[in-house]
Every structure is written in structure tokens, then in C-alpha cells.
Design a protein around this ligand. Structure first.
Ligand code: AMP
Length: 281
């Protein structure tokens, strides 16, 4: 596995892979890799001849300095996991090297950043998109893989890639879960055993809403999720909503769409967890 630390060398690596006739797949991450990340790498390996994964804890997307400081870092283990998965290269840009000579710019996110994670974490999605643009600029992949776990992030990256005609296919991949339903997240390592147990209520709330989706009213499905969340005293709800899959605006009825997305975000202790589920007719 090649290790690329100088941003300019990423483009050279990709150019060589392409000259050898390969499509280049790219999996951007913030490290502390788990089976969710590795599933994205496996999907990329199945679809592209060469795969690059990046590990970069992006300071621009953290509005809480404590969250940034507490974010788990385990580079040696990450590199071993990527090697084992068959990843061809890992891009490890140093802090600041991505923005040499350029400043972050404001992107038009089509209003998709106004709610949910956007209102809870001001500036978060501008930070995400700015760094993703820099990573794409250097890596120049044919396809980039993102988890549906971060559903709003995926919608925003798709929107910007389309509106800026970025020459990269944005591929979303389903959320990987623990056997008890908890969505895998690097943040899960910060949960105590008791908090880890409480955290499963997010998944149960999504299931409760899904059972009512496209039957009864949207309000009934929403209430089913809220009732489930209320059974767990150890969490503090941030938001729970049933939204349109494209606009991420709250649905008032089921008309005009064949799919809906149930979004949930909650604090378990100091750890903020998110999850979502797409439900169809
Ligand atoms: P992160 O390192 O948290 O920025 O995540 C890197 C990528 O992995 C993002 O595209 C995430 O959506 C994706 N990801 C994180 N957790 C999961 C999961 N449980 N299942 C699938 N993809 C995930």
C-alpha cells in the first residue's frame, strides 16, 4: 500500500493508475476506521481497479473544539486495516497542506445545510465541502464513496458535485450496523457500556417510524419514533424528523414521494450520535 503525504503526489499517483488503465476509487475518512469505512473500501475495490483512502481529521468541520480534541486517532491501526482490506494507497495530508495558497470559500449548498446537522453544527457542511473539494482536487478520483450514515452530508456533496460539474461519480453506500442495530461510528468508542446500551434506542426509533411509514399519517410515524426515544432516559434528543429524500425538508404527508428518510440525532452523555433510515412505499 502506497502512503501519500504530499498532496501534489496524490495527483501523480492517480495519473499513473489511470495510465495503467484503472478507474480510481476514493474513500475519504477521518480515521479511527471501523467496518463501516472498510465496507466503503470494499465497495470501491469491487468497482474500481485502484482505490485510495484518505485519513484527515478536518478541523473546518468541527464547531466544537472539545469534539475535535476528543476525536479518536489511531493511525497505525488504520493503516494495518487498510492494508489488510487491499486498499492500494492512503492519502495522509498534514494539517494545512490542503489549503496552501487557497482559502476556504463559501459554497451554495442549495439550502440543504439549513436544517438538522447544519443548524446543530453551524459551518459544519461548509467545512466538509471545502475539504472534500481539496481532496478531490488532489486525488482526482473517478468515483468517491460516502456512507448513507451521514445522509445530509451525502445529499450536500451530491448537490455541489452536480452544480459544479465535478468530474467524479458520487456513490452512496448503506449504513453498516452492529448486530443490535447501532450504526457503526468512530464516536461509539467514547461511550461507556451503559451509554452504549442506551444508544441502541436511535435504531429502534427509526424502526418504529418505518413500521408506520406510508401508512397512517406522517405525524403518526413521527410520534412512533418520538415515543420510542422517550423510553430511554439516558439520551438527550437533538432532532428527529421525517423528510423528503431529495430536499431533506420535513414531510407533512406522503403525497408526491415514494421514499422518505427518517433522521435522528441525540446526545448520549457528551457524545452526539446520528442515524437515519430510508423508507419506501
Ligand atoms: P468519517 O470518518 O466519520 O468522516 O466517515 C467517513 C465515511 O465513512 C463517510 O462517508 C461516512 O458516511 C462513512 N461511514 C461512517 N460510518 C459508517 C457506517 N456505519 N456505515 C457506512 N458508512 C459509514
Amino acid at each position: 500500500m502506497d502512503i501519500i503525504t504530499v498532496p501534489g503526489e496524490a495527483a501523480t499517483w492517480t495519473a499513473a493508475a489511470r495510465r495503467a488503465g484503472h478507474l480510481v476509487g476514493f474513500v475519504p475518512t477521518m480515521g479511527a476506521l471501523h467496518a463501516g469505512h472498510l465496507t466503503l473500501v470494499q465497495r470501491a475495490l469491487a468497482e474500481c481497479g485502484r482505490v485510495v483512502c484518505s485519513i484527515y481529521v478536518n478541523p473546518l468541520q468541527f464547531n466544537d473544539p472539545h469534539d475535535l480534541a476528543a476525536y479518536p486517532r489511531q493511525e497505525e491501526q488504520d493503516l494495518a486495516l487498510l492494508r489488510e482490506a487491499g486498499c492500494h494507497a492512503v492519502f495522509l495530508p498534514s494539517n494545512g497542506s490542503l489549503f496552501q495558497g487557497v482559502d476556504p470559500i463559501p459554497y451554495d449548498l442549495g439550502g440543504l445545510d439549513q436544517r438538522w446537522e447544519g443548524s446543530s453544527r453551524p459551518g459544519h457542511f461548509q467545512g466538509v465541502v471545502n475539504v472534500v473539494e481539496r481532496l478531490f482536487h488532489f486525488v482526482r478520483p473517478d468515483a468517491a464513496y460516502f456512507g448513507e450514515k451521514d445522509r445530509q452530508q451525502l445529499a450536500i456533496i451530491r448537490h455541489v458535485a452536480r452544480s459544479h460539474r465535478w468530474p467524479v461519480a458520487i456513490i452512496g453506500h448503506p449504513t453498516v450496523r452492529e448486530p443490535d442495530g447501532l450504526a457503526l461510528s468512530s464516536r461509539n468508542t467514547r461511550l461507556s457500556p451503559e451509554q452504549r446500551r442506551a444508544a441502541t434506542v436511535l435504531h429502534r426509533a427509526l424502526q418504529a417510524a418505518a413500521q408506520h411509514a406510508f401508512q397512517g399519517t406522517v405525524e403518526q410515524a413521527h410520534q412512533a419514533a418520538l415515543d420510542e426515544l422517550a423510553t430511554e432516559g439516558a439520551i438527550r434528543l437533538d432532532h428527529c424528523a421525517i423528510v423528503h429524500p431529495g430536499t431533506l425538508e420535513p414531510l407533512t404527508d406522503w403525497n408526491g414521494t415514494d421514499e422518505a428518510v427518517v433522521l435522528v440525532a441525540a446526545y448520549v452523555g457528551k457524545v452526539r450520535l446520528i442515524d437515519n433510515r430510508t423508507v419506501g412505499r
